[in-house]
Design a binder for this molecule. Structure first.
Ligand code: XMP
Length: 517
């Protein structure tokens, strides 16, 4: 699917852990950006009609045998280039400068002193400011025609440039939060050096995506599984805007949703997002398939397979649809392209609610496959979707099954649902819903002795989990006020039959994960 977007910055990935971050920083400046492996074929890269290149950092040394090299088309293109860390060293090496191991490796914060205040890279920036360094090699000698643009105590050449050729290099990392003015440097490169116009906005994305969906789908029909989460809802809304009621959405209720969720989700999808949704209550089938199963991976597999069978049955009932809607996001695409750095991108299909298999004979429509999660939310808001969908907390595809440790039964589901509803009610009543990334209850298999009234009890333990996170990749346990925890605990033991103890999970991710299974 072509994005139809004019202004693209290609970030070439030389193995930096920050490569995705560079792409995000560029997009935050309203310029579209894509990440490509350093050894991607030239025609694939140039087909994107880039207006500039950013070369990422990387772990290698330019003199290492087999170290990734600067692809010749970068300089041949005559386009502006910004090399970051290893990217800068590659430029120096390729253009006749010298790279050598630094006398002292430099990791962490450093103060950068600007030598040439006239450089467009430093437009609007002070004479000195803190930057984040992480390198062993450094530029020992500038390439002919280049100027030193900035230094640190340990790196005499911490930034270099050649204004006529519009080639720049920085030894530090402008993309990380530890370089507080890094976004200004990236903006200067985009607007001051590449001459970007800033056309990447939710509105431009919506317009071009609707056009490309129309082109791809023609007069055919599309079906899609809708979970009610932000990705599938935004994806479906885009397709619906493009082709109207030739999109049919299937909402499979696997019976593993939270209290009241199936009804509320359907109402939102139909009445407020205006989608054409067929609802299937398959809860009995899922519960039967899960009977006697305790192993977390087995549960996930069973839920995934059952989901596919139910969806296939519905698709068959609906008749001919040539296309299948998927809510694949850009990080999934990047993951699959960087894993197979060579050849055309083989796209991993994102496994959401169990994951739809590749052997379903459909062509894929993936309107979000160039977006990061926060961009999906922005697009959702620009589409006019209600904030309760756009800011919904993430919920795992296998649902409450991965929050019940041990066997999933109707009774244990009922217990967890009640406890979970209390956790959500109290956190939302305290006005903490937006601050906390995810908050929920887990039903543990631990039973412990308690006393209620004058009698002994021997009942279940519920764990409360609440985490803060930016992307779900790392997380910390939320420092919920004691008063909120006290209310949650008190209400759960009083209102949920079968529970006499509540514990709060104070593990961060890593080493724990957010979900217990
Ligand atoms: P973990 O437990 O791996 O979770 O720290 C990270 C984030 O992913 C969510 N999650 C899932 N989402 N299908 C999904 O769509 C799944 O199978 C799944 N498992 C975990 C989890 O809720 C958290 O936001």
């Amino acid at each position: 699917m072509s994005t139809g977007l004019p202004e693209t910055i290609v970030v070439l990935d030389f193995g930096s852990q920050y490569a995705q971050l560079i792409v995000r920083r560029v997009r935050e400046q309203h310029v579209y950006s894509v990440l490509m492996p350093h050894d991607a074929p030239e025609d694939q890269v140039m087909a994107l009609s880039p207006v500039g290149f950013i070369l990422s950092g990387g772990p290698a040394s330019v003199y290492d045998e087999g170290a990734p090299q600067l692809p010749p088309y970068v300089l041949r293109s005559g386009l502006p280039v910004l090399g970051i860390c290893y990217g800068m060293q590659l430029l120096a090496h390729a253009l006749g400068g010298k790279v050598a191991p630094s006398a002292r490796r430099e990791y962490g914060p450093a103060e950068l002193y600007v030598n040439d205040l006239e450089s467009p890279l430093w437009e609007g920036l002070p004479f000195s400011f803190p930057v984040w360094m992480s390198h062993g090699d450094a530029i020992a000698e500038l390439p002919p025609g280049f100027q030193t643009l900035a230094s640190t105590d340990n790196s005499p050449i911490a930034a270099m440039g050649q204004a006529e050729r519009r080639i720049y290099g920085v030894q530090f990392h402008p993309e990380v939060a530890h370089t507080p003015l890094g976004k200004d440097i990236i903006r200067n490169f985009l607007y001051g050096v590449c001459g970007c116009l800033g056309t990447w906005t939710p509105e431009s994305f919506i317009a071009s995506t609707i056009a490309s969906i129309r082109q791809q789908v023609g007069d055919e029909r599309v079906i899609g599984a809708l979970s009610g989460g932000v990705d599938s809802t935004v994806a479906a809304t885009l397709v619906q805007r493009a082709i109207g009621d030739r999109l049919t959405c299937v909402f499979v209720d696997h019976g593993l949703l939270r209290e009241g969720e199936a009804e509320a989700t359907l109402r939102l999808l139909r009445e407020r997002a205006g989608l054409n949704v067929i609802a299937v209550d398959a809860s009995a089938r899922f519960l039967a398939a899960l009977a006697g199963v305790s192993d977390p991976e087995a549960k996930r597999r069973i839920i995934g397979e059952t989901f596919i069978r139910v969806f296939e049955g519905e698709a068959a009932k609906l008749g001919q649809a040539r296309f299948l809607l998927q809510g694949t996001l850009y990080p999934d695409v990047i993951e699959s392209t960087t894993r197979e750095t060579k050849a055309a991108a083989r796209i991993k299909t994102h496994h959401n609610v169990g994951g739809l298999p590749s052997d379903l004979r459909f062509e894929l429509v993936e309107p979000l496959k160039y977006l990061f999660k926060d961009e999906v939310r922005e697009v959702g808001l620009a589409l006019g979707l209600p904030p309760d969908i756009v800011h919904k907390q993430p919920f795992p595809g296998p649902g409450l099954a991965v929050r019940i440790i041990g066997e999933v039964t109707a009774e244990r589901l009922a217990t967890l649902r009640r406890a979970d509803a209390i956790v959500r009610e109290e956190i939302e009543a305290a006005g903490l819903g937006r601050e906390v990334w995810q908050y929920f209850a887990v039903l543990t298999p631990v039973r412990s002795v308690g006393v209620m009234g004058d009698g002994r009890t021997y009942l279940n333990t519920v764990a409360v989990r609440a985490v803060t996170s930016l992307d779900g990749m790392t997380a910390d346990w939320a420092r919920l006020p004691y008063a909120v925890l006290a209310r949650i605990s008190n209400r759960i033991v009083n209102e949920v039959p079968g529970v006499n103890r509540v514990v709060y999970d104070i593990s961060s991710k890593p080493p724990a994960t957010i979900e217990w299974e």
